[in-house]
Design a protein around this ligand. Sequence first.
Ligand SMILES: NC(=O)c1ccc[n+]([C@@H]2O[C@H](COP(=O)([O-])OP(=O)(O)OC[C@H]3O[C@@H](n4cnc5c(N)ncnc54)[C@H](O)[C@@H]3O)[C@@H](O)[C@H]2O)c1
Length: 315
Amino acid sequence: MVSGTVVVLGGAGFIGSNFVREALDSFDSVVVYDKLTYAGNRQNLEEVIDEIRFVEADIRERDVLKDEYEGADYVVNFAAESHVDRSISGGRQFVRSNVEGAFVAMDLLRDVDIKEFVQVSTDEVYGSIEEGSFVEGDKLDPSSPYSASKASADMFVNAMWETYGLPVSVVRPTNAYGPRQHPEKLIPKFTLNALRGEPLPVYGDGSNVRQWLHVKDLNRAVLEVLLEGDHDIYNIAGPDMRTNLEVTRGIIEHTGADEDLIEFVEDRKGHDQRYSIDGSKIEEDLNFEPTTNFDEGLESTVEWYVEHSDRFVDD
Ligand SMILES: NC(=O)c1ccc[n+]([C@@H]2O[C@H](COP(=O)([O-])OP(=O)(O)OC[C@H]3O[C@@H](n4cnc5c(N)ncnc54)[C@H](O)[C@@H]3O)[C@@H](O)[C@H]2O)c1
């Protein structure tokens, strides 16, 4: 147990709400700070709501945020617009929350004494790679308004280091999956559709490759960086690569749905073909390795959505 308080920005979303469970085992107290956009959900916190302090506000509200920082020791920023398709339809809110929001959340560190701030970025900032894997020093080459907004926040981290020497680290995780993800994302969406006998709309020919990381592993890495990180950038690589079609087939297998539900649809604009990052730095520096392989993790994740399908009747 670490003595101190952690503020979890975006703690009512998918990864943040799972992080809260880890944080409750590690810190004296946990504050969840979340605007509750369409993606944030109080239900994600229902079994732990009495153990945390919940603040409903935008991360751009500097004064509200400052009050929370004043009693805190650590901050993790999960708050963001996170859906690539929505960023393609309109990127403005992505600039507000992911760039301006991240800026406000970090700039406040100049006024308040915080031990460590972790900015949660993404592997998507590097763009697509045909073969091999990106390392932390590689150039950022984002393709979507979403990944461009996340890369911008990473640039601000650099400015915070160079200009003010602030205690910030960056993590760049690969595609995450697990319980409590919004049903607009591939694994929950396809699982719920499969259970209802509805089509599974696969982009293009389904050959896009992603490195899949269980949310529990992701959050163990975030915790490690929060407590032991060295104001640096850390890739967090999922242990297994799968094409979208392989993921879809896995969901079909675990739900017992019909293969005929697969429907190939027009590809996403600017769809990156392959993401791959090298996770050896965090392994060497902080002794972190993911422990959940994709096949087991997918099976338990599908089970979670089967057990909680009543939560998603309106989605
Ligand atoms: N899900 C993934 O596969 C993945 C992979 C790599 C990185 N990431 C990054 O991890 C972080 C969390 O992702 P997620 O999948 O949990 O996202 P999510 O969309 O499920 O949750 C985001 C949360 O942030 C809150 N939020 C949004 N804008 C806000 C604002 N302006 N002020 C306060 N709260 C706000 C939402 O209400 C929501 O609770 C994001 O920064 C995302 O870019 C996600």
